[in-house]
Ligand binder design. Structure first.
Ligand code: CO8
Length: 256
């Protein structure tokens, strides 16, 4: 597939996707979801990429779903648009590798929902977050009601969605929506440092931990704990685990 909205680069086991529709603040349209869907399918089949970084071109990360495209939709079309987007974001969330949102500017509506489907949100101090759908007479449509309450708690989710307020990066950090803030000019450098650190762990523990945390949240505690014990014990049969512990005993770095 020829990508027109996504700019993709892969280097040092890190894939970087830059969403590029700067004239409309990277608003998410159907073509974006088709390209992202295709890219994620390709990525699942590769074993040379250990971390995915998603960012936006220009002054926005993503300012939401494309209102111009949405405005002419029938309820049936809106349902399809919403479900397609939800499925693509679910595929993103389920990737085995960690996904970092490098939030360089506005992350509003569908943009905040995209950032929330990533594993970490590292943001520029100038970034702004919000779910302003109510200003358009809409509810969120890419699972924002569900992810925001899981990430920041029900009170913060209700507050942000019902006020439709745009919040600063400091407030986003305070409610746990963001993991780290950076000066705008060092954002990508900081993100790449984190990505390199994550990429350097070649054991199976990283995807196992991601899956345990992601799946465990919707399971009863005891059931999720058993899955953890199984994953823990499985790793004892793996060469990478043996190498990790052997390297510690030999006071050297593991050779992954
Ligand atoms: N969709 C389409 N175009 C957009 C969007 C958007 N979400 N956001 C900005 N643009 C366009 C503007 O129309 C403008 O275009 P033009 O130059 O042709 O007039 C261009 O981008 C630049 O924007 P502004 O001039 O408005 O830039 P400002 O710096 O003055 O303002 C803001 C920046 C505050 C971010 C402002 O652009 C804004 O409020 N944008 C809309 C934010 C918003 O409401 N987002 C939520 C959209 S709804 C949504 O995301 C629902 C998700 C679930 C969908 C489920 C499927 C059915």
């Amino acid at each position: 597939m020829e990508y027109t909205i996504l700019k993709i680069s892969i280097a040092d086991r890190i894939a970087t996707v830059t969403i590029s529709r700067p004239a409309v603040l990277n608003a998410l349209n159907t073509l974006f979801f088709k390209e992202m869907d295709h890219f994620l399918h390709d990525l699942q089949a590769r074993d040379d990429v250990r971390v995915l970084v998603i960012t936006g071109e220009g002054k926005a990360f993503v300012a939401g779903a494309d209102i111009a495209e949405m405005s002419g939709m029938t309820p049936e079309e809106a349902f399809e648009f919403s479900r397609f987007g939800q499925n693509v974001f679910a595929s993103l969330e389920k990737l085995r590798i960690p996904v970092i949102a490098a939030v360089n500017g506005y992350a509003l509506g569908g943009g905040c929902e995209l950032a929330m489907a990533c594993d970490f949100r590292i943001a520029s101090k100038l970034a702004k977050f919000g779910q302003p759908e109510m200003n358009l007479g809409l509810t969120p449509g890419y699972a924002g009601t569900q992810r925001l309450s899981r990430i920041s708690g029900i009170g913060n989710a209700l507050y942000l969605i019902l006020t439709a307020d745009t919040i600063t990066s400091d407030d986003a950090l305070r409610i746990g929506l963001v993991q780290k803030l950076c000066e705008p000019e060092t954002l990508m450098e900081e993100v790449m440092k984190l990505a390199s650190k994550l990429a350097s762990n070649g054991s199976g523990a990283l995807p196992a931990i991601k899956k345990l945390i992601r799946d465990g949240i919707s399971l009863p505690f005891e059931e999720a704990s058993i899955l953890e014990a199984r994953a823990f014990s499985t790793s004892f049969g793996e060469a990478a685990t043996k190498e990790g512990m052997k390297a510690f005993m030999e006071k050297r770095k593991p050779n992954w």
